[in-house]
Design a protein around this ligand. Structure first.
Ligand code: PMP
Length: 382
């Protein structure tokens, strides 16, 4: 079969060696005579998979002991609500339920906007909770195409702030924070890293919560990884009723197995982590990712028919979005891509254009192929 160049934003490409290993193990995992999919989540064998996956993640990200790893369901979107419930509760536990609380959101693209809207929705019947947009790129500049400059940020009073939320990499708009935003160390920083999780080293100590859905850099859809600082996990069962499956304490008390976890997805994440460890860990993959995205942006800037809508210092290393000079050329470029087996290059339906998602598993040669095609297209049409 001809190779397929999968530029999908998620579910996305999985390393071929990971898929092959899953294939080899599919019918008989570890001499159990059963597939991983058929193992009880309470079995010793699955327990070992879960424990190994957690310890590999801890090693890769150098996660300190005062942080817990949770495997949750409902996708990253469910965390939009879970973050609010859990961290507002933690703040209320610290300062009292009758005190005013702020939750701060950087809005740099559609995902942080959605997360912020969910906080706005959930806070409607909570007169003491105020949702604050620290900086909304669209309001400031008319579009999502950059991380707003620090002098525009309007952070709330740290004493009152339950958390500061941001999306480290906006998958749809291709906007990535070059640095972790500087906030008062007393305020827990929350990061949605769904689309750049494990693409480079991260100083976990700077965060209250880091989370991400698996289906971009970690494996298949179905599991969401949450890394949470232990002091932010408070017992919600004593407070107003909140959904049990969103409760970090419940997850923690039950080692993410209060109910049946997505066992196969967790197994696949485990294989992907092993692949990452074999490929130089996060410092190794960071170098490759910088090179891969660097050459693609270089082509966009070099070829006159292609344009990046994102300011250079905010350009994503994972989701490279670009436009052509006219909608007709864009259409033709995408069509030609498909003829070359380059799939899922079309930009998100809300923004159009072209988007090449080039996560960890995307081989560099596939990006070289795309650049070759861009050069060819330029020569034919310019
Ligand atoms: N955050 C980001 C940055 C995403 O890219 C996505 C999915 N594309 C989500 C959140 C939502 O994830 P899910 O579909 O797993 O709920």
């Amino acid at each position: 079969m001809e190779p397929v160049y999968n530029f999908g934003a998620g579910p996305a490409k999985i390393p071929e060696s990971v898929l092959k290993r899953a294939q080899v193990e599919l019918l008989n995992y570890g001499n159990t005579g059963m597939s991983v999919m058929e193992l009880s989540h309470r079995s010793k064998t699955f327990g070992e998979i879960l424990a190994r996956t957690k310890s590999n993640l801890r090693n890769l990200l150098d996660i300190p002991d005062n942080y817990e790893i949770l495997f949750m369901q409902g996708g990253a979107t469910t965390q939009f609500s879970a973050i609010f419930y859990n961290l507002v509760a933690a703040k209320q536990a610290a300062i009292g339920e009758d005190k005013d609380i702020a939750v701060d959101y950087f809005v740099t693209g559609s995902w942080s906007n959605k997360a912020c809207q969910e906080a706005e929705r959930l806070s409607q019947d909570m007169p003491h909770v105020r949702v604050n947009r620290v900086a909304d790129a669209k309001k400031l500049t008319g579009k999502y195409g950059q991380v707003p400059a620090q002098d525009t940020w309007q952070l709330s009073d740290p004493e009152q702030t339950a958390y500061v939320y941001y999306c480290d990499n906006e998958t749809v708009h291709g906007v990535e924070f070059a640095n972790v935003p500087e906030v008062d160390p007393r305020v827990p920083l929350v990061a949605d890293m769904s689309s750049n999780f494990l693409s480079r080293p991260v100083d976990v100590k700077k965060f209250g919560v880091i989370y991400g859905g698996a289906q971009k850099n970690l494996g298949p859809a179905g599991v969401t990884l949450v890394i949470v600082r232990k002091d932010l996990v408070v017992d919600l069962k004593k407070g107003p009723l909140r959904p049990l499956m969103l409760d970090y304490q419940t997850m923690l008390d039950n080692d993410s197995m209060y109910n049946t976890p997505p066992t196969f997805a967790i197994y696949m994440v485990g294989l992907t982590l092993e692949w990452l460890l074999e490929h130089g860990g996060l410092t190794g993959i960071q170098v490759v990712n910088a090179r891969k995205s660097g050459k693609l942006y270089d082509a966009i800037d070099r070829l006159s028919l292609f344009k990046s809508p994102v300011q250079p210092d905010s350009r994503s290393k994972m989701n490279v979005v670009f436009n052509l000079t006219t909608p007709e050329l864009e259409k033709e470029f995408l069509k030609g891509g498909e003829e070359r087996n380059m799939v899922q290059l079309k930009g998100h339906r809300s923004v159009g254009g072209v988007r090449a998602s080039i996560y960890n598993a995307m081989p560099e040669e596939h990006i070289d192929k795309l650049i070759e095609y861009m050069e060819e297209f330029q020569n034919q049409h310019a």
